[in-house]
Design a protein around this ligand. Sequence first.
Ligand SMILES: [Fe+2]
Ligand SMILES: [Fe+2]
Length: 193
Amino acid sequence: MKEIEKLQRRLKDMVPAGVYEHSLRVQQRCVELASHYGVDTNSAAIAGLLHDVAKRHSADELIYLAEQDDLPITELVLTEPVAALHGVVGAAIIGREFGVTDREVLLAVQQHALGGEEMSALSKILYLADKTEAERTAPEIEAVRALCAQNLDEALVAAFDMMIRTKLNERSLILEQLVRSRNKAVLKLRRSD
Ligand SMILES: [Fe+2]
Ligand SMILES: [Fe+2]
């Protein structure tokens, strides 16, 4: 059995069915984007498949686990613990329980929910794959999907903007890391103009 199939079997027993199905779609989308941009498709498949492994935990468990790892738990983090913490906790689980040692894969999983100030091509691909997989819906999603085929950095800014606008429309709080990641991505685009 191929390595990725073994990982799929393990993941299936760990997360709710909806998360598992989403993970398979993100894996597929990651591979598509990785082949398009010349990134290692095996790393992309693993990152895509395992990115939401921490969704096996409740919000309270995520807070507990993050505290164990000395991650800062701010008031804002407590308003959206799953969004704020499942990426970082997920990377720790993948390292510890799945034996993944590839730093780029671990960092991509860490950054998939809110981005990061320094993102590798793999991190960008996972972020975009997660936000544009086949079953996702959002008013701007087709535009973001179209940009994914053209330019990774343009697509990344469009995806951050889409996520931030969704939060604004819901009158939700916006975690600082998402804003920092978006600003950094915009500055990078401006510098490359
Ligand atoms: Fe996620
Ligand atoms: Fe996801």
